[in-house]
Write a protein that binds this ligand. Structure first.
Ligand code: SF4
Length: 241
């Protein structure tokens, strides 16, 4: 993370609710390692490959793609079927191959045509985000993943688990879309907590706060969870009928 991003945020006090949630999630799931490798283009392609599949299969697809085409220009210029063949283990192979080639072609049309995104690291966070989202098929979640995981920039990706858990907790309103939640949550969370909160909220969503039948009785967050309080109030009303 860039020093100026930490300093800018340190002037503001985090919302007390965010601090409370952060401390309980860290107590339960710990602080995960944050080890960006600086390879933003590789991260972008890996993020496209990760859509609608498991981590294991998307890693296999990425490894096969890199082995078959060590140069990104070769991926861009290959027949789409050849790219799809290499990434088939990750599912939606044809769609993802087309998406990857569209991104690479768009990048090749910029500036000197170099297939590279390392220059994003020199831009302010909002400009880097906008540059990524200007690429075809790149939305807020993909852009935030590249910034956070590849470049170590404090963006806050909102996947289905993060969106569900933060809505249930009342950190965002019930009608806030996943797309809109990116900036709304980012504004609430100090930069140095964003990686941990993102990873820990996903863990929490996968292991405890399931889409159906969340295990509230073993959840450390229930004392301040809007969803849980509503469920309790409803149960109390039904018991009193
Ligand atoms: S109390 Fe229940 S609904 Fe609320 S965050 Fe925990 S598991 Fe999810």
């Amino acid at each position: 993370m860039r020093v100026d991003e930490v300093d800018r945020r340190d002037a503001r006090q985090p919302d007390e609710r965010i601090r409370w949630v952060y401390e309980r999630l860290v107590e339960q799931w710990g602080v995960p390692p944050w080890e960006p490798d600086g390879d933003a283009l590789g991260g972008l392609i890996a993020t496209i490959l990760s859509q609608h599949t498991s981590d294991l299969n998307s890693e296999r697809a990425y490894a096969r793609l890199r082995e078959a085409f060590p140069d990104w220009a070769d991926v861009r210029d290959a027949p789409v079927e050849a790219v799809a063949d290499e990434i088939r283990v990750g599912g939606l192979a044809r769609i993802k191959a087309e998406r990857i080639q569209r991104v690479l072609r768009a990048l090749g049309e910029r500036g000197d045509g170099t297939l590279d995104l390392s220059w994003l690291g020199d831009l302010p966070l909002d400009e880097a985000r906008a540059a990524l989202q200007a690429l075809p098929g790149v939305g807020p979640k993909t852009a935030a993943c590249v910034l956070l995981f590849s470049l170590g920039r404090p963006a806050f990706p909102v996947d289905t688990h993060v969106w569900r858990v933060t809505r249930r907790l009342g950190l965002i309103g019930p009608k806030v879309t996943a797309e809109a939640a990116h900036l709304e949550l980012e504004a609430q969370i100090p930069p140095e907590w964003r990686h941990t909160l993102h990873v820990d909220l996903i863990q929490h969503g996968r292991r405890i706060c399931h889409p159906q039948n969340p295990e509230c009785e073993r959840c450390l967050l229930r004392a301040r969870c809007v969803y849980y309080q509503n469920m309790r109030a409803q149960a109390d009303r039904q018991a009193g009928d």
